[in-house]
Design a protein around this ligand. Structure first.
Ligand SMILES: C[S@@+](CC[C@H](N)C(=O)[O-])C[C@H]1O[C@@H](n2cnc3c(N)ncnc32)[C@H](O)[C@@H]1O
Length: 229
């Protein structure tokens, strides 16, 4: 990709097509979702839980995020839906590019799967949430697969999909160098944290909380959690 904002169709087709091919070949396991690093899943989920609990309505105080409906974006085999979202929210919807991951999720999630209302097979670049619907829209290790223009447009659509006091969280790897890099292996962008902030500003959203994953392996990319509304 010569230009992250290039809307040229052939270039976008290759960008999204290469990512689709990469994920089509990946097994529907937690290890597959995490690129061979299954053992980091509990550490990832624990810090996500702490981050999220600080944002959602635990008591009855007004003005905090509700706990009725969450959307898991780029949900994969349901790792996050099962261990992070279903324990905190009454209902969860999943949106995911690969149908085979959604099919696995139906068994992987287990006893609580009945509280997953929708299994939506779609790329986020083509997806619009229902208006005023979600208390939380969680996007992890997936918006790296959208071009800047598509991510800005997606964030705007997500904003209209939020219930009152709803929030969107992006949890993504970030580059420690001062520039965004393109990874041709899985056709994704390793953006800098500043680049994400710039995208959020361009989408007209406000940052509610921004925090790096603290406990994390030194040989893995740094990760940031950014909550916006
Ligand atoms: C690294 S895995 C992360 C899965 C899950 N978020 C997790 O943390 O366990 C990336 C997921 O994003 C999905 N994906 C890739 N490109 C996508 C797109 N454009 N729209 C929606 N999902 C996409 C892949 O199929 C894969 O399931």
């Amino acid at each position: 990709m010569s230009n992250l904002n290039e809307e040229s169709l052939p270039e976008n087709e290759k960008f999204y097509g290469d990512a689709k091919q990469f994920w089509e070949e990946m097994p529907s396991t937690v290890d597959g979702m995490l690129g061979g690093y299954e053992e980091v899943s509990p550490t990832d989920l624990n810090e996500s839980k702490t981050f999220l609990r600080s944002l959602i309505k635990i008591g009855k105080s007004k003005g905090q995020t509700g706990r009725v409906r969450a959307l898991d974006c780029g949900a994969g085999n349901g790792r996050i839906t099962k261990r992070l979202l279903l324990p905190l929210f009454k209902n969860v919807d999943m949106v995911e590019l690969e149908q085979k991951f959604l099919d696995t999720a139906k068994t992987f999630i287990g006893a609580e799967v009945g509280r997953v209302e929708k299994f939506i097979c779609s790329g986020l670049q083509d997806f619009s949430p229902d208006p005023c619907h979600y208390d939380l829209i969680w996007c992890q290790w997936v918006v790296c697969h959208l071009t800047d223009d598509h991510l800005i447009a997606f964030l705007k659509r997500c904003q209209t999909g939020l219930a009152p006091n709803g929030i969107i969280v992006m949890k993504e790897n970030v580059s420690i160098s001062d520039k965004t890099e393109f990874d041709s292996n899985d056709s994704s962008f390793l953006r800098t944290e500043e680049h994400y902030v710039d995208i959020i500003n361009k989408a007209g959203l406000t940052i509610v909380k921004q925090q790096r994953q603290k406990k994390w392996r030194k040989d893995l990319f740094a990760m940031v959690m950014i909550a916006v509304k």
